[in-house]
Design a protein around this ligand. Structure first.
Ligand code: DMJ
Length: 669
């Protein structure tokens, strides 16, 4: 028996009033709970309070791990973004099974499906079994032989002022001074080697082809071997860091996002390098961390990281890459919070704050207009229009701006006023280049419906023809020069060599046939920028001769003699070959590839930028392998030599400006 005085019981049936009516008013409920509480023993009350405190503590500790990524992103990306990130339904847009999604009208979530597993689903258009090396269709006799901080014009100013010339364009910031570790650059036998002066004293150049391949060399296989060699250097000396410094066997950090690794993911998939891919994927899953207090460049991070993750998601069907893409895309969004909606160049992805460069409130036109393919695709996959809205707004603003010249755009745009600045200077090179590329590619991406984009593109091509095209003497090479306040300058950045490929792509998608003719002329010039240099490698900038009395078509200024392993020419060769099947494009690509092997390959792993394309005896290795060498250059070379035209079909994919293939949206959408 328990004494009546004991309070170790709870009365659950407390009634009030005798009318039997149910009274559940707020006041009544409060009284009832209070009465129940008071009826509890001290022990019971203490236990309940203890339990509640424990729940609060657990909740606080567990909360961050329940979020899609660490909580600090709410501060970083803004509340809006966090809200939108929670349960975004994933729709894989694998070619062939692309969902019936209308790009601008986002369908109801119930129409969407999730991939059932975190692994690729079979699809005839993508390599479930990774691609085997392709045998070249190439002519055997043509096969292997036996044997860039400030605007680009600042570079000119610095050089002119006699300062140490700095070259800065999209992360490639190098000093154009000579480096003398030539002995560390491995030589590859080639026809050019016979022409080149013999190695000087102290230059331990290898006479053994590092590829170990014998004739007839399978060109695509040789590219795979080159990739493996580059990857070995990265893996041994720079694993998880942004860039390999192959000569000093160390690494360089830019954003601290494993740039080379992320940029190279889809290349490994396309080349069928399964082991390398799996190891890199593991790093992405366990080490790729976007929650860090670091300023990143919006454009570079978009094209390399967001683009690389999106395309790898499409190729593999692995949700890991989608999740990472969504996270970095969201973290980049603060860049668009500007007075004009023209994004700032830099974003702190840890703090969620964006800012312009320290010296100006301008952004680069190419940068703000070459992030659209990626953000639009992210919206399509997440069914969240915020990404697409932000980048479409930029295109709308630029579309209606004053200050263009026959469709050509200046190089800078102000983030406060939304107006072009530094007007009157027009180039297809640095700071404007991919504006033109993305006009066409966005139009293709969305099923050729966005008229303003293609109209601006067509007008710009006419603007190029009218204002910037000239022919050299004596060989009559067609090139694209620059215009500065009405004055023509016969210089062309290697970057402009994206243009032949873009023109050819336009013709393939139904634009005028004369674009293809121009493409063929220009790609020949780009090839000559390599062939006429003593190393067989193009300079960063070429000066073209217009005077009949000069015998050389191409000259190079001392400050422009470097080669950063850039992709644009081999990119265009790939497009031209795909559309014409003309063997000469493969042969030109093969020559270029051999020159990279001869002058840029470092014996201990990796390839290096070089400082002087005119000195085969001492090309002056710069000790830097740009991430785009693996992301773009080797990928385009492999695709050029591959005999499988359905490997990244140009009717199904559109490459972003960093060579990451994104799906063309299905028709009817
Ligand atoms: C790459 O990052 C991209 O191709 C960009 O569009 C231009 N610069 C480099 C390669 O040269």
């Amino acid at each position: 028996m328990y004494p009546l005085s004991s309070k170790d019981f709870v009365s659950l049936t407390v009634t009030e009033g005798g009318d039997g009516r149910y009274n559940n008013g707020k006041q009544r409920r409060r009284q009832s709970w209070w009465r129940r509480w008071k009826q509890l023993s001290r022990l019971q009350r203490s236990l309940i309070l203890l339990l509640l405190s424990a729940l609060v503590v657990c909740g606080t500790v567990m909360y961050p791990s329940l979020l899609p990524f660490p909580t600090d992103v709410s501060l970083l990306a803004g509340e809006d973004n966090l809200e939108r990130m929670d349960t975004g339904t994933l729709k894989p847009a694998l070619p062939g099974v692309i969902p019936d999604v209308v790009p601008r009208v986002f369908p109801a979530p119930e129409k969407l499906e999730l991939p059932t597993e975190n692994r690729p689903t079979p699809n005839k258009h993508r390599p479930v079994v990774l691609h085997k090396p392709q045998r070249s269709r190439g002519n055997v006799s043509d096969g292997p032989t036996k044997e860039s901080q400030g605007p680009s014009e600042e570079r000119g100013a610095e050089a002119a002022a006699g300062e140490k010339p700095l070259v800065s364009w999209r992360g490639a910031i190098i000093e154009a001074e000579q480096v003398t570790e030539a002995q560390q650059v491995e030589a590859q036998p080639s026809t050019r080697q016979r022409e080149a002066p013999p190695a000087g004293p102290g230059q331990a150049v290898s006479q053994v082809p590092a590829t170990g391949l014998t004739e007839p060399m399978d060109r695509a296989e040789a590219v795979r071997e080159a990739f493996r060699h580059a990857w070995k250097g990265y893996r041994d000396f720079a694993w998880g860091h942004d860039e390999l410094k192959p000569v000093s066997k160390s690494y360089g950090e830019w954003f601290g996002l494993g740039l080379t690794l992320v940029d190279a993911l889809d290349t490994m998939w396309i080349l069928g390098l399964k082991e390398e891919f799996e190891e890199a994927k593991k790093w992405v899953a366990t080490k790729l961390n976007f929650s860090k207090n670091v300023d990143v460049n919006l454009f570079e991070t978009t094209i390399r990281v967001l683009g690389g993750l999106l395309s790898t998601y499409h190729l593999t069907g692995d949700r890991l890459f989608f999740d990472k893409a969504k996270e970095i895309g969201t973290r980049l969004m603060p860049a668009f919070k500007t007075p004009s909606k023209i994004p700032y160049s830099d974003v702190n992805i840890g703090q969620g704050k964006a800012r312009p460069p320290r010296w100006t409130s301008d952004s680069t036109v190419a940068e703000v207009t070459s992030i659209q393919l990626e953000f639009r695709e992210l919206s399509r996959l997440t069914q969240d229009p915020q990404f697409q809205n932000a980048v479409d707004e930029v295109m709308k603003i630029v579309h209606r701006l004053d200050g263009k010249h026959d469709g050509l755009v200046p190089k800078f745009i102000n983030t406060n006023s939304g107006q072009f600045t530094h007007r009157g200077v027009f180039t297809l090179g640095a700071r404007a280049d991919s504006y033109y590329e993305y006009l066409l590619k966005q139009w293709i991406q969305s099923g050729k419906k966005e008229k303003e984009l293609v109209e601006d593109y067509l007008q710009a091509v006419e603007g190029v023809k009218k204002n910037l095209l000239r022919m050299t003497s004596p060989r009559r090479l067609t090139f694209v020069g620059e215009l500065s306040h009405g004055r023509f300058s016969a210089k062309m950045d290697h970057l402009v060599c994206f243009l032949p490929g873009t023109l050819a792509l336009g013709t393939h998608h139904g634009l005028p046939a004369d674009h293809m003719e121009l493409a063929a002329q220009l790609v020949e010039t780009c090839y000559q920028m390599y062939a006429q240099m003593e190393t067989g490698l193009s300079p960063e900038i070429a000066q073209f001769n217009l005077q009949p009395r000069n015998s050389r078509d191409i000259e190079v200024k001392a400050a422009d003699r470097h080669n950063l392993l850039r992709p644009e020419t081999v990119e265009s060769l790939f497009y031209l070959y795909r559309f014409t099947q003309d063997q000469k494009y493969r042969d030109w690509g093969w020559e270029i590839f051999q020159s990279f092997n001869k002058h840029a390959r470092v014996s201990t792993g990796g390839y290096t930028s070089i400082g002087n394309v005119r000195d085969p005896a001492n090309p002056s290795p710069k000790d830097k392998m740009e991430s785009f060498f693996l992301g773009e250059t080797l990928k385009y070379l492999y695709l050029l030599f591959s005999d499988d035209p359905s490997l990244i079909s140009l009717d199904e994919y559109v490459f972003n400006t960093e060579a990451h293939p994104l799906p063309i949206w299905p028709s009817g959408s």
